[in-house]
Design a protein around this ligand. Sequence first.
Ligand SMILES: [Zn+2]
Length: 313
Amino acid sequence: MYRWTLLLFLPLFVWGEAHIFVYHRFGDEKHASTNTSIEVLRSEFEYLKQNGYEVISLHTLNDAIKNDKPVKENWVVLTIDDSYKSFYQNGLPLFKEYGYPFTLFVYVEATERRYGDFMSWAQLLEAQRHGEIGLHSYGHHHMVSLSKKEILQDTKKAYDAFEKHLGAAPRYFAYPYGEYDPKVRDAVETFDFDLILNQNSGAVDGDSDPYDLDRTALTGEDLIRQKLRIKTLTTTWLSPKAWPKSGKIKKIHATIPTDITDLEYYLSGYGWQPIKAMNGVVDESVDLPIKLKRSRLFLRQKERQSSIILVKE
Ligand SMILES: [Zn+2]
């Protein structure tokens, strides 16, 4: 009862920011870094249920973003990458028990070649009765290292196999490893997906780019409470946009909401540093040799954050 009273009197709860989460394996202790135990999954699902969150499908989120309907603060989208057998065996029963929709992103080559750890087409068809299936590429390559032609070929191969076995064209795409740059994005965009998802922690509001939706990883311990607190910092990254050829970041240039003047940035391997904005623009010269081949650059102001991934070719 109390919960619903709260819903009625908190307008923020109606217009707000949804959260998209990504899981990988379930109840599979052999792969700890990508695993979510069934106890943790149940605790997260209970938390969502007890606290007024509504688990919605990507279809519903897409409809809101595309048609200017409100994105609700209590919306949560649950996605799963790689279509491991452990989802079918251990995860799916809990999704069914709670009646939570999901989008499962299929690594097509693993299914085509019947790799032991992955779901078959028959299992994917069965899962499709309870949720949606999206595309997670054919070969699960580090796409930044492929040529545009290779990305197009890989995606076409995945797209065609998906359509043949699952009966309809895929509507959603998630980048393998969450890695992308403008070249990868341009190539994947030509397939006319409804939504393209990354793996940058964040939230989604009505202004979010449907071809660059932030997803927050949920593996290991139950961190859903703290991850639900993340807000989006609406950002257009102007520089860098991808891994710089020099291997150095020389400038941080982005547009952000005009009400923010003081924020912080973070580059992998360095700590958080203060940075200023004026009239909605961050434009600061820096000299930061990138330390990791796969790095992230963040801007944040309190809980509001935005990031890009920088991957060396
Ligand atoms: Zn993957």
